[in-house]
Design a protein around this ligand. Structure first.
Ligand code: ATP
Ligand code: MG
Length: 184
């Protein structure tokens, strides 16, 4: 039997702004099993980022709830990986250290960790840029590094917010194929 990984029930989110209330999500229901790959498609402003940020624990919902594994969603946790709509790399760290950040926040980096980060960078064609700073890379290259950062700790759930938006069509196709291999 399939293992249920995410269970979103009647989830709503209303932002309160100076100019009034914005209903970003209204009564969303969605179940996702282990091994499933789900894409949320919709026009700009329909609430895709809001939903992902709530699942990642970066935003609070206003109604309903969601289970991730067997726990109610709450503060950010170690078993999820997130790729943001913008790369959000730390400018003072080189690319390799940025990729290893989810690990170095939790423990001492080992040679094996370094090798995993390097092989992820190789997967996205950035192995030669490991020692460069983010501002020396193009937007698409930074986004590729951010994808590696989301995968480095082998998360149970990978949340990606338009991760290939900054990439050209050919690189996007290549990464789609490689990412499948890596997550197999
Ligand atoms: N921090 C915020 N404060 C107030 N309103 C917000 C905030 N973030 C998002 N919204 C509003 O919530 C709605 C959904 O926004 P969201 O960013 O989730 O859309 P999206 O589907 O990701 O759009 P896009 O495809 O353009 O990235 C929009 O109407 C937006 O104005
Ligand atoms: Mg968005």
């Amino acid at each position: 039997m399939a293992e249920r990984l995410i269970e979103i029930s009647d989830l709503s989110k209303t932002y309160t702004t100076k100019s009034g209330q914005v209903d970003a999500l209204s009564h969303v229901n969605l179940n996702i099993d282990r091994g499933e790959f789900i894409a949320i498609v919709g026009p700009s402003g329909c609430g895709k980022t809001t939903l992902i940020r709530i699942l990642a624990g970066l935003e609070q919902h206003t109604e309903g709830g969601a289970l991730l594994g067997d726990k109610e969603i709450g503060p950010p946790r170690g078993d999820t990986g997130m790729v943001f709509q913008k790369a959000t790399l730390l400018p003072w760290l080189n690319i390799l250290d940025n990729v290893m950040l989810p690990l170095s926040l939790k423990k001492k980096i080992t040679a094996q960790d370094r090798e995993r980060a390097q092989s992820l960078l190789r997967m996205v064609g950035l192995d030669e840029f490991a020692r460069k700073r983010p501002n020396e890379l193009s937007g698409g290259m930074q986004q590729r590094a951010a994808i590696c950062r989301a995968l480095v700790h082998n998360p149970k759930v990978l949340l990606m917010d338009e991760p290939f938006g900054a990439l050209d069509a050919m690189t996007r196709d290549l990464l789609n194929g490689n990412a499948m291999l890596f997550s197999a």
